[in-house]
Write a protein that binds this ligand. Structure first.
Ligand SMILES: O=C(O)C1=C[C@@H](OP(=O)(O)O)[C@@H](O)[C@H](O)C1
Ligand SMILES: C=C(OP(=O)(O)O)C(=O)O
Length: 429
């Protein structure tokens, strides 16, 4: 699907979709538990991949709207009868690799072309160090992966600057090993708030895990069980960044986003970023609403060390803002569905925006007078697609985003939401 956007002013109410990160974790740990009702779950391409994996290990996931009824595989996952297809989802592949290491047999994991190019090596090495067998079929640290368990826990060291998902994966699985896990970080941790999300979900399922001087630890032999057998997923601040940015760049009459309750998500930082750039923003944390109206945006400097998924949104905001927007500590943003630093630099260039790229930063030389419509490639990457669609709201003429279907990875209703807010969008199948 290609989507063509023409300059529009947005206004009205948008609802935050449920959090992808919380939903992945809730589905997988419900697999370790007996019976769980997960409310307000995100049902997107990525979270469905995690649900399929739970079923491959012997659990069942039944959906009624936004409610999932999950029957677990009872602590030990069974050996899958078929390959686990993780689709486009890095979270699924990392979290499920560690689950596979608990099974008494061999699991095979694969994914789409993008996922098969992302780094898995450090997690494979960690599982091997713990006594399992974990290999990449091509010997390049990338999927397809072959994982044989069971591991019983122990001590392991792992880099923290490639993906925090390795740590999350080990913590979730470590709780049901015999001996538990002590994880030592070899380098400083990037994307750290995602491990905080993990600790929050573990606690909600009655599992204790902790930060240590050297990294993280979780005791073995624990049982996952949500209070009252129920767990509710909060709204997704990475997804909220899009209606928030749309309001900040175009809305005279204001956009209200609801479902924006505080949680451990680092991406809540987007509220402050938009505020610092000069939009009028008001976040009522008790009500879970954010109100935003456009202002004269000015460039800012932002580190995305903790918040890699915000880079595409900030890049578009920077393209519209006057002056320079410098996005720093961004190297790990190159290991996502695509290299998002280069993708945003190249695609914004097509819209007439000048950028400067280094290995770990992206500087956008902005000003909305610079933005002219054109045909841009969404790179089969949901966040690049959504960020480029925002640029289309202000670029002169028409902006066509090629391959826009991939929004279904995290935000299946994205274009309906923009259109409901008044954006002029034409979808060609
Ligand atoms: O654990 C998670 O839910 C995620 C962690 C982050 O990845 P990295 O830890 O690989 O940076 C983030 O980019 C991804 O979208 C979701
Ligand atoms: C990088 C992302 O997800 P994942 O790592 O799960 O593919 C994302 O949602 O932006």
């Amino acid at each position: 699907m290609n989507v063509t956007i023409t300059p529009s002013r947005v206004q009205g109410l948008a609802r935050a979709p449920p959090s992808k990160s919380y939903t992945h974790r809730a589905i997988l740990v419900a697999g370790y538990a007996d019976q769980t009702t997960v409310r307000d779950a995100l049902w997107s391409a990525d979270t469905q991949a995690t649900a399929r994996a739970v079923e491959r290990f012997g659990g069942t996931v039944n959906r009624r709207g936004e409610t999932l009824e999950i029957e677990g595989f009872h602590d030990r996952p069974g050996v899958p009868a078929d390959v686990i297809d993780c689709g486009n989802s890095g979270t699924t592949m990392r979290l499920v690799t560690a689950t596979a290491a608990l099974a008494d047999g061999t699991s095979v994991l694969t994914g789409d072309e993008s996922l098969r190019s992302r780094p898995q090596g450090p997690l494979l090495e960690a599982i091997t160090d713990l006594g399992g067998e974990a290999t990449s079929t091509r010997g390049n640290g990338q999927a397809p992966l072959v994982v044989t368990g069971p591991i019983s826990g122990g001590r392991v060291s792992i880099p923290g600057d490639v993906s925090s998902q390795y740590i999350t994966a080990l913590l979730l699985a470590g709780a049901v090993t015999e001996d538990g896990l002590e994880i030592e970080l070899e380098t400083e941790l990037k994307s750290a708030p995602y491990v905080d999300i993990t600790l929050e979900v573990l606690a909600a399922f009655g599992v204790d895990a902790r930060k240590t001087e050297l990294g993280f630890a979780v005791d073995g032999g624990q049982t996952y069980s949500a209070t009252g057998g129920e767990y509710a997923v909060p709204g997704d601040f990475s997804s909220i960044s899009y209606p928030l940015a749309a309001g900040a760049i175009t809305s005279e009459d204001g956009v209200r986003i609801d479902g924006a309750h505080p949680s451990a998500q680092g991406d809540t930082a987007i509220v402050d970023i938009v505020d610092r750039m000069g939009a009028a923003v008001d976040w009522d944390r008790d009500a879970g609403t954010i109100d935003v109206t456009a202002g004269e945006l000015e460039g800012v400097e932002v580190s995305v060390e903790d918040t890699p998924d915000l880079l595409p949104t900030i890049a578009t905001l920077g393209a519209v803002a006057d002056g320079e927007t410098r996005i720093t500590n961004a190297e790990h943003v190159r290991y996502k569905e695509t290299d998002r630093v280069s993708a945003m630099a190249d695609e914004l260039a097509t819209l007439g925006v000048e950028t400067t790229e280094t290995q770990d930063s992206l500087t956008i030389h902005g000003g909305d007078s610079e933005l002219t419509g054109g045909t841009v490639d969404g790179r089969n990457d949901h966040r690049v697609i959504m960020a480029l669609a925002l640029a289309g709201l202000v670029a002169e003429g028409e902006t066509t985003v090629v391959g826009a279907d991939h929004v279904d990875v995290s935000f299946p209703g994205f274009f309906e939401m923009l259109s409901d807010l008044g954006a002029a969008i034409d979808r060609e199948r």
